[in-house]
Design a protein around this ligand. Structure first.
Ligand SMILES: NC(=O)C1=CN([C@@H]2O[C@H](COP(=O)(O)OP(=O)(O)OC[C@H]3O[C@@H](n4cnc5c(N)ncnc54)[C@H](O)[C@@H]3O)[C@@H](O)[C@H]2O)C=CC1
Ligand SMILES: C[N+](C)(C)CC(=O)CC(=O)[O-]
Length: 482
C-alpha cells in the first residue's frame, strides 16, 4: 500500500518515549508516519525525540537513508491507522488500556496491515483475548538506534512484521513460545531486581551499580552476549569447565533474585534521590544525546568488525543503494558526521578525513566491480600512499559527499583523487590515494580481472579532461613553488 508520495505508511498509537522512537525510525527510513496520542504535550516531546534521532541514526551509515517521510498528527486513532501498512501500539503498560486500544485498532486498520504492540511484558494471547488482532513487537530504547525487536505471536503475521522491520534496519528476533516479558526483559528484570536489593541494603549506590556495569560486563555484552562470553571465561576447556566451576554458585547465597524488595515510597525515594545526585545535573535530552553518541560510536566500531549490531547496520546499508554524479564524477560517499568523529577542537578530527576517503575508495571499488563477491574470489586493492589536504572545517552533523576521480587505472595501479564536500557545497578536503591490485592469497600484486580493468579504462577516459587541482602536490607546497 503506497501513500500519496509513493512511500509506505506507519501508524503510531501512543507517542511517548517508545512511540516517539518508533516514529523517528520509520520517518528516517522513508515511511510516512501518522500519530495518535491524546496528550497535548505529545507533539512537542515528539519533536525533541526526532531531533535527537536525526543527529544520530544517519551517522551510523556510510550511505544516505531514504528521503524522510511525512509526519502527521491525527485527532483520532481511526484517522491515524487509515491506509496504514504497519501499526505500532505504544500506550502505557496497562492491560485494560491495551485491550481498548487494540479493539479500536483492529476495527479501523486495513485488514492486511500488520499490528504490533510494544508491550514489555504482556503475551499476545493476553492482548488478543477479546478478539483483537496483534502480535508483540517489543523494541528497546532508543528505538531509532537499537536494532533488536522481539517478535511474538502468529507466525505469518510475525513474518510480515519481520520484513517491514528489517527494511527499517532492525533485527527481528522470534521468540519461540510466548512467555511473560519475552526474553530480554526477563534478563533485565533480574538485574534490576538484584540492583534494587543492593541499594536498599546499603551495599552500593545507584552510581556504584552503574560503574559495575559500564566498566565491566556491559562492555562485553554489546559484542558477545552472555553464553559466548562465558564460553571464553571457561578458558581452553570452554563451557563445560565454566559450568563445572560456577554452576554450584547458583545455590550459594550470591543472589536474592527470587525475592522482590518491598516496592514502597521509601524505596522509590532512595533510588530516585541517588539517581538525582548521580545524574540530576543533566536534562533527559542531554543524557539521551550522550547515550546516542556513545551508541553510534559502539555500533560503528562493531560495523568495522561486522559483528553483532554492527552487522545489522552493514546489512541494512547494503540495501541503501545510491547513485549520482557531481561535476562529471561519481558520488562515492554520502555520510552524516557522527559526534564520535569530532575532537577537542570542536570539529572533525584529522583521522576521519582519511576514513571518509577510504569509504569513498570502497564506493569506487563497488562501481568498477571490485565488490564483496570479487574480494571473496581473493582479489582486492591495497592502498600504498595517501595525501590528505585539509581545506575546511567539518562539524558534527555535517553531511559529507565525496566524488572520486580516476587519475590513472593502468596495470596494477588505481590512482584516485577524492573530493570531500560539506553539505553547504564547500570543498572540505581532497584525498589523493594510490592503490595496487593484489592477490589476497599470494599477498602479491597482480593485474585486475578483465571486467574490472575494462571499467577502469572507461572511467579513465571519462575523467581524463577533468582538471584535478591539488593532485600530485608535495606536502607544504604553495602556489608558485614549481
Ligand atoms: N520505556 C521503555 O523503556 C520501554 C517501554 N516499552 C513499552 O512501550 C509501551 C509504551 O511505553 P512508554 O513509551 O515508555 O510510555 P510513555 O508513558 O512514555 O508513553 C505512552 C504514551 O501513550 C499515550 N497514550 C495514553 N493513552 C493513549 C491512548 N488511548 N491512545 C493513544 N495514546 C495514548 C500517552 O499520552 C503517552 O504519550 C509500553 O507498553 C511499554 O511497556 C517497550 C520497550 C522499552
Ligand atoms: C523497563 N522496560 C521493561 C520498559 C524495558 C524494556 O521493555 C526494554 C528496554 O528498552 O530496556
Amino acid at each position: 500500500m503506497m501513500s500519496n508520495n509513493g512511500s509506505c505508511k506507519a501508524a503510531i498509537i501512543g507517542g511517548g518515549v517508545i512511540g516517539g522512537g518508533w516514529a523517528a525510525r520509520f520517518l528516517l527510513n522513508g515511511y510516512d508516519v501518522s500519530v495518535f496520542d491524546p496528550d497535548p504535550e505529545a507533539e512537542r516531546k515528539f519533536g525533541e525525540v526526532i531531533a535527537n534521532a536525526r543527529r544520530s541514526l544517519p551517522a551510523l551509515y556510510d550511505r544516505p537513508l531514504p528521503q524522510e517521510g511525512e509526519l502527521i498528527f491525527c485527532e483520532t486513532l481511526e484517522q491515524a491507522v487509515q491506509g496504514a501498512d504497519y501499526v505500532q501500539e505504544s500506550v502505557p503498560e496497562r492491560l485494560q488500556l491495551k485491550h481498548a486500544v487494540h479493539a479500536a485498532i483492529t476495527n479501523a486498520a486495513p485488514a492486511e496491515a500488520v499490528i504490533g504492540s510494544s508491550t514489555s511484558g504482556f503475551k499476545p494471547s493476553e492482548l488478543c483475548s477479546r478478539g483483537a488482532r496483534a502480535i508483540v513487537a517489543h523494541p528497546f530504547n532508543p528505538v531509532y538506534l537499537l536494532p533488536l525487536v522481539e517478535l511474538v505471536g502468529e507466525r505469518a503475521e510475525c513474518a510480515k512484521a519481520a520484513a517491514v522491520l528489517r527494511s527499517i534496519g532492525m533485527h527481528p528476533l522470534s521468540v519461540k513460545k510466548e512467555i511473560d516479558a519475552h526474553i530480554a526483559d526477563r534478563l533485565l528484570e533480574a538485574i534490576w531486581r538484584e540492583s534494587l536489593w543492593l541499594v536498599k541494603d546499603g551495599i552500593a549506590t545507584t552510581e556504584d551499580i552503574d560503574e559495575a556495569i559500564r566498566m565491566g560486563f556491559g562492555l562485553r555484552f554489546a559484542q558477545m552476549g552472555l553464553f559466548e562470553t562465558y564460553r571464553i571465561a571457561g578458558g581452553e576447556a570452554g563451557m563445560r569447565h565454566f559450568m563445572g566451576q560456577f554452576g554450584p554458585a547458583l545455590s550459594w547465597p550470591w543472589t536474592k533474585l527470587m525475592d522482590v524488595p518491598k516496592f514502597n515510597e521509601e524505596l522509590v525515594d532512595l533510588i530516585a534521590g541517588q539517581s538525582e545526585d548521580q545524574s540530576g545535573k543533566k536534562t533527559i535530552r542531554e543524557l539521551e544525546r550522550e547515550r546516542d553518541d556513545n551508541l553510534v560510536g559502539i555500533l560503528r566500531a562493531l560495523k568495522v568488525s561486522n559483528n553483532a549490531g554492527g552487522k545489522v547496520i552493514s546489512d541494512h546499508e547494503a540495501t541503501l543503494a545510491f547513485s549520482g554524479t557531481h561535476d562529471g564524477m561519481p558520488v562515492t560517499l554520502r555520510h552524516q558526521v557522527p559526534a564520535s568523529w569530532t575532537d577537542y577542537n570542536g570539529h572533525m578530527n584529522e583521522a576521519f578525513y582519511l576514513e571518509a576517503g577510504s569509504r569513498a575508495t570502497d564506493g569506487f571499488m563497488q562501481l568498477i566491480g571490485a565488490d564483496s563477491a570479487y574480494i571473496a574470489k581473493g582479489l582486492s586493492y591495497f592502498t600504498v600512499e595517501s595525501h590528505v589536504r585539509y581545506l575546511n572545517e567539518v562539524h558534527e552533523g555535517d553531511r559529507l559527499t565525496a566524488t572520486s576521480q580516476l587519475l590513472s587505472g593502468q596495470g596494477k595501479k588505481m590512482h584516485l583523487f577524492h573530493r570531500l564536500f560539506r553539505g553547504d557545497g564547500e570543498l572540505a578536503a581532497t584525498v589523493e590515494t594510490l592503490l595496487l591490485h593484489t592477490d589476497l592469497n599470494a599477498r602479491r600484486t597482480c593485474v585486475p580481472d578483465g571486467s574490472v580493468a575494462d571499467k577502469l579504462a572507461e572511467f579513465e577516459r571519462m575523467h581524463a579532461d577533468i582538471p584535478a587541482d591539488g593532485a600530485g602536490r608535495f606536502v607544504g607546497e604553495r602556489p608558485g613553488d614549481r
